[in-house]
Design a protein around this ligand. Structure first.
Ligand code: SF4
Length: 489
């Protein structure tokens, strides 16, 4: 093996950004801390890969060992020489390149290569074809006859009933021709990457590729020079942040404000003058519509590529928790209901039943970002058609508290172009904040719930339970206080 070592993962990073490839190789100490959500995505990919082996059962696995690549190569060779028909994770190398294939299967006309993805389609922007093509290149250079190359991804139309049907959960795409067609490009890029790794750190500035298709692990290092109030805070359609940046316009104060869409003009004006704006008439219109009894509802959900319950599909949002604050009439005491699923149980029916018991038919139901809560309620309705009328009653009475902020009827410089409740709450209700909370957003709640399901430690489970209840409660209490604050203007 030559000195230059490029694994498939590194090759794909190099396609996204050559500086990232270089930093991975020579300056891993500059890498950002691995977030829990990134680890969860990684683990989910592994789980899906293992499940997909059920498509071709009975294979032999070559275990990954980051300290001993040579051993994996030896074991793979031994299995092939020994007549293995199906191999999971076989290792191959060629001239400083290294790959582990997901599934390698002997067909009538040669070996078949299967690359498993936990996405629901082939993603050109995520280099899925290049991924298989790189493997194909290394395999061919090993003198192996490859008859077919396949990309296997999740079929998001699959609905679980009973045991998982692996052949229905996955869609197998023959990409042999596409992969062969880009062999020249792959070879060229391998040479480019080898030259980069043999040279000095490439001078590459930040650009869209820093977060597309994936967040780079060196954002902290490469984005260090971006000031607190920058063009990257500008939100909204039609704003080309990188075009401004490349013209040397980095700080918000340097932005040619007249060239921006109106919403962004307001954002810049507020940011530079540290001010907030509101349209009292529009706020009044919004505030006139809710009625009593007044309910505030928020769900937490999780998703999984492998559907856990009958009637669910891959990546469908499954509610596991909700919080309701409510006022029966004007001036009455604020009351609260909370629901959090018992770990490893199917929470859907209990959620549907409790909701329709706790929310009266005539209640006005305030949510923040109606699309999300509506989609959860529609799923509950589809799973339990016997509650259709009651759930429709809730859906028809939903009011979206996000509207006045989305429409900039209230906007403060502190919101930095965002109208999420996390941005609005500290501005209007400074005494309530997500800061310092163990769980402070929906993704963290989902990860915490998954961790709670995996844990066998009662004190850990109790700690997560408390943190989840506290977080979801703040979401609905926050809505109550935001509405009060708007009424006081
Ligand atoms: S942060 Fe951007 S510029 Fe820096 S290595 Fe990553 S992709 Fe390249």
């Amino acid at each position: 093996m030559s000195d230059i070592f490029i694994s498939k993962t590194q090759f794909l990073k190099g396609l996204q950004c050559l500086k990232s490839l270089y930093l991975h190789k020579y300056h891993p100490e500059l890498m950002d801390e691995v977030s829990e959500s990134r680890e969860a995505v990684f683990q989910s990919g592994k789980d899906v890969g293992v499940l997909a082996r059920g498509l071709y059962p009975g294979g032999v696995e070559i275990l990954f060992d980051s300290n001993n690549f040579a051993k994996q190569l030896e074991l793979t060779k031994a299995e092939i020489d020994g007549g293995a028909e199906i191999i999971y994770e076989p290792a191959f190398s060629h001239d400083g390149l290294f790959i582990k294939a997901d599934i390698f299967k002997k067909g009538g006309r040669g070996w078949e290569l299967y690359e498993i993805k936990n996405s629901t389609k082939i993603k050109a922007e995520a280099f899925h074809l290049e991924d298989v093509a790189f493997q194909y290149y290394v395999l061919k250079e090993n003198g192996l006859s490859i008859s077919k190359a396949y990309l296997v991804h999740i079929n998001n139309q699959y609905e679980r009933q009973g045991d998982i049907e692996v052949d229905k959960l996955f869609t197998i795409n023959d990409v042999t021709k596409d992969v062969k067609d880009i062999q020249k490009k792959i070879k060229e890029h391998i040479n480019i990457q080898k030259n980069i790794l043999n040279g000095k750190m490439p001078k590459i500035d930040i650009d869209k590729y820093c977060s597309d298709p994936y967040d780079c692990e060196f954002l902290g290092h490469c984005w260090e020079h971006i000031p607190e109030e920058s063009v990257f805070d500008l939100k909204g359609r039609g704003i080309k942040q990188f075009e401004l940046y490349q013209k040397g316009i980095i700080h918000l104060k340097d932005v040619p404000i007249k060239l921006l869409p109106l919403a962004a003009q307001l954002q810049v004006d507020c940011a530079l003058n540290k001010k907030c704006v509101m349209s009292k008439a529009a706020l009044r219109d919004f505030l006139d519509s809710p009625w009593y009894p007044l309910y505030f509802l928020d769900f937490e959900t999780f998703t999984s590529p492998i559907p856990l319950y009958d009637g669910t599909k891959p990546y469908q949002k499954i509610p596991f928790q909700y919080s309701i604050h409510y006022l029966e009439k004007e001036g009455s005491n604020l009351k609260h209901h909370a629901f959090l699923a018992v770990p490893n149980t199917d929470p859907r029916k209990e959620i549907a039943v409790n909701l329709i018991q706790q929310i009266p038919k005539n209640a006005c139901v305030i949510v923040y970002n109606i699309g999300f809560e509506k989609s959860v309620l529609n799923s509950l309705k589809a799973w339990f058609p016997e509650y259709e009328d009651n759930i429709d009653g809730i859906i028809n009475n939903l009011h979206d508290l996000m509207i006045p902020f989305k429409n900039q009827h209230f906007y403060s410089w502190q919101m930095k172009g965002s109208y999420s409740i996390k941005a609005v709450l500290p501005v209007l209700v400074p005494e309530l904040s997500y800061e310092g909370m163990e769980i402070s957003d929906g993704d963290m709640a989902m990860l915490a719930y998954k961790k709670m399901c995996e844990s066998t430690d009662p004190s850990e489970i109790e700690g997560i339970r408390k943190a989840l209840l506290e977080y979801c409660k703040l979401d609905t209490l926050g809505m109550v206080r935001i509405l009060e604050a708007l009424k006081n203007f």
